[in-house]
Design a protein around this ligand. Sequence first.
Ligand SMILES: [Zn+2]
Ligand SMILES: [Zn+2]
Length: 266
Amino acid sequence: MEIVHLGSGSRGNAAMVRTEETTILIDCGFSMRQIERRLAMVDARPGDLDAILVTHHHGDHGKSARAAAKKWDVEIHANFETCARLGLDPVNQCRVFESLERRDLGPDLSMLPIPIPHDDAENVAFVLNGPDGRAGFMTDLGEPTEELIKHMSGCQHISVEANYDVNRLFGNLKYPQTLKDRIHGRGGHLSNRQTAMMLDRLVHDNLDSIVLCHLSSENNAPHLAESEVLCQIDEEFKGEIQISKQEGPEFTHWLGQRAAEPLRWA
Ligand SMILES: [Zn+2]
Ligand SMILES: [Zn+2]
C-alpha cells in the first residue's frame, strides 16, 4: 500500500492511497486543478480513482467532491450528513456509509469509518486495510475517543492531525477568546499535546510511520509538533515521523517500510 499526502492544512486536504488494484483519495479539499496537478506528480490521474472518501463536509476536506463525482465519474463515499451538506444526492451521487461499516473499495482495499467529535460536522476517521496491513487516518477532532483508539491500534501507519500548540493558540492576539475555546474544545482540533498522548497509546513494534498533518499556520510550527510528539513516544517508537504541509506532495510512504521516499521535486 502506497500512501501519498497531496497536501494538508486549513486551506485544503487530500491524500492518495494506492494498492496494486485500487486507487483512492481520502478527502478532496483542493480545487480540481490542484488535485489533478498533485496527482500527476506521483504518476496518477483522476481517471485512476476508484473512490473518494470524504471525512466531513468542511470546505478544506470536501470542497471538490461534488464536482469530482460529476467530472471524473468517481464514486464518493461519505456518511449521510456529509453527503447532504455537500449537496450530493444520497442515492445517485454518493455511496452513503454508516459508522463502523466495513466496505470494500476494490479487490485489495477496504475501509472502516470511525465517528469522531468535531463541531457541526459528522466527521469520521478511516482505517484502510490492504494486502500488506492497515493504515489509519484521522483529522479534525476535538479529542480522541476510546472507540477510535481501539480501531487505530495495530496500524503500521498513522496519519493524525497535530493542529496547534497550546501556548501559541492562547497567546494569539488575533484570535477572539470564543474561537480559541472552540478550537481547544471537545469539538475542535487536537493540540500537539493531545496528539502526543494519543500516539503514546498507539505505539507498538510494528508502527513504522507517523505523519502529522493539518498543522495550523497561525498556531503551530513543524518543529513544535514534532518535538512534542517525539518527547512523548521517543523511547518506544522505532519508526519515522514526517509532517505533511499545505503544499505537497513531498514524500511517499510504502506500508511496511520505515523510511518515507522523498519525491524528487520536494
Ligand atoms: Zn480541516
Ligand atoms: Zn473540519
